[in-house]
Design a binder for this molecule. Structure first.
Ligand SMILES: [Zn+2]
Length: 285
């Protein structure tokens, strides 16, 4: 299939990902209605090529909070580089609680591995984006001129399990946490990940108010966006949103079809599918 979209939020379906998620996959499978698969790197790349999607790959490091091994950033960066027809880049994932080690890892991944941004998952990593103890990490991102992204809204992680497997949703509320960070770092490009349910209206407010904040809409079918939210995507915020899947939990074919059938203008779909990502992330496709 020809090129359809840039997927700015893709995880992995290979062994290192499944090792990290071995304890968490049962809840994720139930929440998203998918079955964990284990592909080779080549098979995974072929899924993206067949879907006409260029993925940006993201690993996971929440060792301090979850006690599960990380997905090494070196592995993620190499996978993205080995299959340029399937992938267009990769984001570093660091555990913010690792402090100086996290900062050094970001420096290494951006400078030596050519990764293009940094991703955090506040629920898995148990921290607030605006916690000042982590500001040196964002100073490093500013110095390297790379965007940072934060999981927003609920998660499939621990979903439906007793105590949500000891994870807290509060870490991913846009206001005040993402908004405070954006106010303190006006020159940092900040991306909220996912449809920020149940706080999607807060996300709209932050997007309207902070020029340096964007939102990618992975992990959620646009069929289930509220009418007010769809209106923003189609209207005044159309330059702020990007397509993503949260692969492997949702399939590209299904998501692209849902986007095409949810009442968005053709020129808006082009922006969401790739033009906004090209501009915001400085990508060459
Ligand atoms: Zn994710």
């Amino acid at each position: 299939m020809g090129f359809r979209a840039i997927d700015v939020h893709a995880h992995l379906s290979t062994k290192p990902w499944n090792v990290t998620f071995s304890k968490l996959n049962a809840a994720m499978e139930k929440y998203y209605g998918f079955k964990t698969k284990e592909l080779t790197e080549k098979e995974m790349a072929e899924e993206f090529i067949e879907a006409g999607v260029k993925g940006i790959l993201i690993g996971m490091d929440a060792e301090s909070n979850l006690g599960t091994p990380r997905v090494p950033n070196d592995y993620v960066a190499k996978l993205a580089k080995d299959y340029p027809d399937a992938f267009i880049g990769s984001f570093v994932c660091v555990d913010p609680w690792k402090g100086e080690m996290a900062i050094q890892e970001i420096d290494h991944c951006i400078r030596n591995l050519g990764m293009i941004g940094v991703k955090f998952q506040g629920i898995a990593q148990a921290f607030f984006p605006s916690d000042r103890r982590f500001y040196p990490i964002y100073e490093k991102c500013l110095e390297l001129k790379v965007p940072v992204q934060f999981h927003m809204g609920t998660t499939g992680l621990g979903a439906g399990m007793p105590g949500g497997m000891r994870s807290h949703l509060k870490y991913t509320q846009p206001i005040p946490y993402l908004d405070d960070l954006a106010a303190d770092f006006p020159d940092l490009t900040i991306i909220g990940c996912h449809y920020a349910w149940p706080w999607q209206n807060e996300m709209i407010a932050v997007l309207l108010h902070k020029a340096n904040v964007y939102n990618e809409l992975s992990g959620w079918s646009p069929k289930y966006f509220t009418p007010e939210f769809k209106k923003e995507v189609n209207g005044r915020l159309q330059d702020k949103f990007m397509f993503g899947s949260d692969y492997p939990v949702l399939s590209h074919a299904r998501l692209i079809a849902d986007w095409e059938q949810s009442g968005f203008k053709p020129e808006v779909l082009e922006k969401v599918f790739y033009k906004n990502a090209q501009r915001i992330l400085n990508l060459k496709v």
